[in-house]
Design a protein around this ligand. Structure first.
Ligand code: FAD
Length: 471
């Protein structure tokens, strides 16, 4: 039964879903028409912190959201322009009495929010921001002294002990006023990009739910044992879904908690291990919230001003996956081909860039953000600073992973390497785990290692020690 309540606006940002969407649920509960809007605010810029694969995923997820809104009687309004100006226009055109949105954890999104709150005040429109993207907001998990944690283990203990918020079903129907104009939905062409090719993960809320169900039905009870083996593809693959809010974190947690009820022994510890990874995600959001300058500096002041080498040809070889280190090349090519890289290999490739090639982690951070579909500023910065040894609770600088022994441990049969580096299809596993002894390439067309790991390791230790001692 239509009510006389005035329309309200729901501003979609990185919450491309209908189920368990806090701000959308509240907007629908207001009882009047709902104007769901997405605003592409900086479409003119091709900024260096994103790339075609992630933008393509965004466009497809938006299209899927639009279809789902149509099916429930609503309509996605798509606009391009500066967010505050476009919201002002829409609030005026629709005569909306309130604006609903989920908060953005990134510093840039927070800046826009400040202006949007001021806009609402100026227009006399109610403003309803919601915390949605993590189970616990950064200010909920604090030390006994009331400050932020800088180390993961005590943070995670506190995080695990807190009661978790419940998921709620989404609205069944929505009414959107007819008169409002909408632009055609975007494709990557708006950024003058070509549609990406490769083996890309399916976009949209339905695909995300399928991935989550698959995790719960077939992967989660062996996650603990297999998650570090990239060839097994045993991880959840939900990172881009959390990045774009295709599934709520409360839904993910609720499904894990349900699976836990039926699990015993190693299956149970496996689920616990998975949940701890969700805590890592929230730890890095908390770090970014409390220490936003991690985007510009090393988290640990001691490591600021380290002397990095000029990037040059070695950086190009790393980006293309032509370093002559099979595990590094496999990871970098997986990234180029799919917009994804397995976590273990992210650590190996990141440590290789910073400790074997002595190249600034910020360049790697930016390359990952341009290429990862799940590119998430907080986790990416956290992962890079962990690998470089400069971050919150990072690997100590002297713990330098050896790409050859990492291969032996995590890709013992070489299946992951062969999948992504076709030149190595017929090379026996043993040869993928050590530098070539005879100085000859291990396969035709495959480069010799561009550096000697042992020598570069020693150089890194010397650089860090010298910096530490202030010399
Ligand atoms: P699963 O192993 O199934 O984990 C489940 C979820 O937990 C992930 O989807 C993710 O949301 C979270 N998670 C797992 N590990 C971590 C972690 N170490 N830090 C933070 N969250 C974690 N993750 C991103 O989502 N976006 C990034 O841009 C990103 N960049 C990274 C860069 C580097 C150098 C490193 C070392 C790690 C990075 N990670 C990033 C973390 C991690 O590699 C990915 O979250 C994970 O590989 C995604 O695959 P999955 O969903 O199958 O993970």
């Amino acid at each position: 039964m239509p009510s006389d309540n005035p329309p309200v606006v729901h501003w979609f940002r990185r919450d491309f879903r209908l189920a368990d969407n806090r701000a959308l649920n509240a907007a629908a509960a207001a009882g009047g028409p709902v104007v769901p809007v997405y605003i592409l605010s900086d479409w003119k810029k091709r900024h260096h912190w994103t790339g075609p694969k992630r933008q393509h995923f965004l466009c497809l997820s938006l299209a899927s959201l639009s279809k789902d809104l149509d099916a429930m009687g609503g309509r996605l309004i798509f606009r391009q322009g500066e967010a505050v100006a476009e919201l002002e226009k829409l609030l005026r055109e629709s005569g909306a009495s309130a604006l609903y949105f989920n908060e953005d954890p990134d510093p840039f999104g927070k800046e826009v929010e400040k202006k949007v709150r001021a806009l609402c005040e100026r227009l006399g429109v109610e403003c309803h921001p919601f915390h949605d993207h993590t189970l616990h907001a950064p200010d909920e998990i604090l030390t006994g002294g009331g400050g932020p944690y800088r180390v993961f283990t005590p943070y995670s203990k506190n995080w695990l002990n807190q009661e978790k918020p419940q998921k709620k079903p989404g609205p069944k129907t929505l009414r959107t006023p007819h008169k409002l104009s909408s632009l055609p939905l975007p494709t990557v062409k708006v950024w003058s990009l070509d549609e990406p090719k490769g083996d890309l993960v399916a976009a949209g809320e339905h695909a995300a739910i399928t991935r989550l169900d698959r995790l719960i039905e077939t992967k989660i009870t062996s996650y603990g044992k297999q998650r570090d083996l990239p060839a097994d593809e045993a991880t959840s693959r939900i990172s881009q879904d959390l990045r774009f809010g295709l599934v709520s974190i409360r839904t993910v947690y609720a499904k894990c908690a349900e699976a836990m009820k039926h699990a015993r022994g190693t299956s149970r510890t496996s689920i616990e291990t998975f949940i701890k990874e969700l805590a890592w995600r929230e730890f890095y959001f908390a770090i970014l919230h409390h220490y936003p300058d991690v985007l510009d500096h090393e988290f640990t002041p001691q490591w600021r001003g380290l002397p990095w080498d000029e990037p040059g040809d070695r950086f190009e070889a790393w980006k293309k996956g032509h370093t002559g280190f099979p595990i590094v090349d496999a990871g970098m090519r997986q990234l180029l081909h799919t917009g994804f890289m397995h976590n273990r290999v992210r650590m190996i490739t990141a440590m290789f860039l910073t400790k074997d090639l002595h190249i600034d982690w910020k360049l790697g951070e930016s390359w990952f953000l341009q290429n990862l579909i799940d590119g998430e500023i907080a986790s990416n910065n956290g992962g890079w600073q962990w690998s470089a040894g400069t971050g919150a609770d990072a690997a100590p600088y002297f713990r330098i992973q050896n790409p050859w022994s990492q291969t032996k441990r995590y890709d013992p049969k070489g299946d992951y390497i062969r999948k992504w580096v076709p030149e190595l299809t017929h090379v026996p596993a043993q040869k993928l785990m050590q530098p070539p002894k005879d100085g000859q390439p291990i396969a035709e067309g495959y480069p010799l290692p561009i550096v000697d790991h042992q020598a570069e390791r020693n150089r890194t230790l010397a650089i860090f020690k010298k910096h530490k001692n202030g010399r």
